[in-house]
Write a protein that binds this ligand. Structure first.
Ligand code: FES
Length: 109
C-alpha cells in the first residue's frame, strides 16, 4: 500500500460525506462514526448519481437520486445489480489517508 494524505478528518462531517479531489481523480469520502471513514467512487452505477451527496447510515450510503443503497465495505448495491469501487482508507493523527496504488489502478482501468 502507498498511503497519501487526502485531508483532515474534521473536514468530513460525522454521518456525512465529502467529494475529495486527488491527483488520481475524485473520490467520495464517507464518515460513518467518530474515526471511521470509507472511500468509494462518487458515481452511482445506476444513472450516475453523486454518492457524496447521499445519505450515510450505518456502513452504507443511499444514492440521492433513486435510493439505491451501497455497502461501503464491499461497494455492493443491496438488492440491486451493481457495485461501486471502494478504496482502502485509514485515519492517522486526524488525517485521512488513502491507498494511492488502488486508486491509481482503478482510475486507469
Ligand atoms: S442514480 Fe443512483 S440510484 Fe439512480
Amino acid at each position: 500500500m502507498s498511503w497519501v494524505d487526502i485531508g483532515a478528518l474534521d473536514a468530513v462531517p460525522e454521518r456525512g460525506a465529502r467529494l475529495v479531489k486527488t491527483q488520481m481523480g475524485c473520490v467520495a469520502v464517507f464518515r460513518t462514526g467518530h474515526e471511521e471513514v470509507f472511500a468509494a467512487s462518487n458515481t452511482c452505477p445506476h444513472k450516475g448519481g453523486p454518492l457524496a451527496e447521499g445519505i450515510v447510515h450505518g456502513q452504507s450510503v443511499t444514492c440521492p437520486l433513486h435510493n439505491w443503497v451501497f455497502d461501503l465495505n464491499t461497494g455492493e448495491a443491496k438488492g440491486e445489480d451493481g457495485r461501486i469501487d471502494t478504496y482502502p482508507v485509514r485515519v492517522e493523527a486526524g488525517r485521512i489517508l488513502i491507498d494511492a496504488r488502488t486508486l491509481a489502478a482503478r482510475s486507469a482501468a
